[in-house]
Design a protein around this ligand. Structure first.
Ligand SMILES: NC(=O)C1=CN([C@@H]2O[C@H](COP(=O)(O)OP(=O)(O)OC[C@H]3O[C@@H](n4cnc5c(N)ncnc54)[C@H](OP(=O)(O)O)[C@@H]3O)[C@@H](O)[C@H]2O)C=CC1
Ligand SMILES: O=C(O)C1=N[C@H](C(=O)O)C[C@H](O)C1
Length: 265
């Protein structure tokens, strides 16, 4: 029996690559596709492939009516939480790709997922090399106290910091030894130039044409620095394998799990 998957954001940069990946996988079936502007069209035709017999719908609520095992969300920061809670309350597991959710949002999603005995998986970045950046940075944080995160993205990115940088900073913050830099509250001048605090880690977000998404953990120790950086290219292919791995594993456990490294140990 195949896993029935709804892709929300199926016409987007990432969601279209994921929808194609679902269609190509023998153990997965594309059971629904959500996007507002392509509503009413066959998703296969929208993707430039053979007809799928699946009509794109404008809302997750509508897509859920046909039944599914897993919802994958690559929509927008303002839509992802409601989509997730709708699927969870319908007993459908969720793989969250969309960025922009806060620690409080994730706590609410976790509580709903546990209450409904449903699995939810989220990763700030589903690419293997970005996940390695996080793993290497978490290792470095055991040895070096001072670290800050630099987040580079395109001028039009809807959220700040990126999901990649936010998850990295939260994870670093959990391990963090006290920094030696002066507390931001004690500084003279324009304090915002020191970035925003995600937990105990300062994050600095640049938004410039020319970037897709890059993320950097900069560690400093007396007399030396260590830079651990990931650069995303202009192709969404790197996110597909990790997303499909999460689709295959999300129903193993009720509640929320975060970070692709959990699945590639
Ligand atoms: N975790 C990870 O590894 C990655 C995360 N991302 C994140 O995924 C999200 C999507 O990125 P990207 O693919 O570039 O976005 P795009 O803008 O290319 O695609 C968004 C898709 O979602 C649809 N959509 C947007 N808003 C809604 C809504 N309210 N209801 C239903 N459908 C909606 C769009 O169609 P329409 O507008 O017609 O509705 C489109 O199909 C971002 O938050 C990004 O940061 C991206 C790549 C990797
Ligand atoms: O908005 C994007 O484009 C991306 N967003 C993700 C994020 O917020 O971290 C990651 C991906 O590399 C591209």
């Amino acid at each position: 029996m195949t896993i029935r998957v709804i892709v929300a954001g199926a016409t987007g940069w990432t969601g279209s690559a994921v929808a194609k990946g679902v269609r190509a996988a023998e153990d997965l079936t594309l059971a629904g596709a959500v996007a507002r502007s392509a509503a009413g069209r066959d998703i296969g035709e929208v993707l430039g492939e053979a007809a799928a017999g699946i009509t794109v719908v404008a809302t997750v609520a509508e897509a859920l009516k046909a039944g599914a095992d897993v919802l994958v969300d690559y929509t927008a920061p303002q839509a992802v939480k409601a989509n997730t809670l709708q699927a969870v309350s319908a007993g459908v597991a969720v793989v969250i790709g969309t960025s922009g959710l806060s620690v409080d949002d994730y706590a609410e999603i976790d509580a709903a997922a546990r209450a409904n005995d449903v699995g939810v998986f989220a990763a700030g970045n589903y690419s293997i090399t970005a996940t390695l950046m996080t793993k290497f940075a978490l290792t470095a944080a055991k040895y070096v106290a001072d670290v800050e995160v630099i987040d580079y993205a395109s001028a039009g990115k809807a959220d700040t910091p990126s999901g990649t940088a936010r998850e990295l900073a939260e994870r670093l913050s959990d391990l963090r030894q006290p920094a030696t830099s002066k507390p931001v509250s004690e500084l003279a001048g324009i304090r915002e130039t020191r970035g925003g605090a995600v937990g105990a880690v300062q994050v600095h977000s640049l938004r410039l044409p020319g970037y897709v998404l890059s993320c950097e953990a900069q560690f400093g120790a007396p007399g030396e620095r260590l830079l651990i950086r990931h650069d995303a290219g202009s192709d969404a292919t790197p996110y597909v394998a990790g997303t499909l791995l999460a689709v295959r594993r999300v129903r193993e456990q009720a509640g929320l799990r975060r970070g692709l490294d959990l699945l590639i140990e």
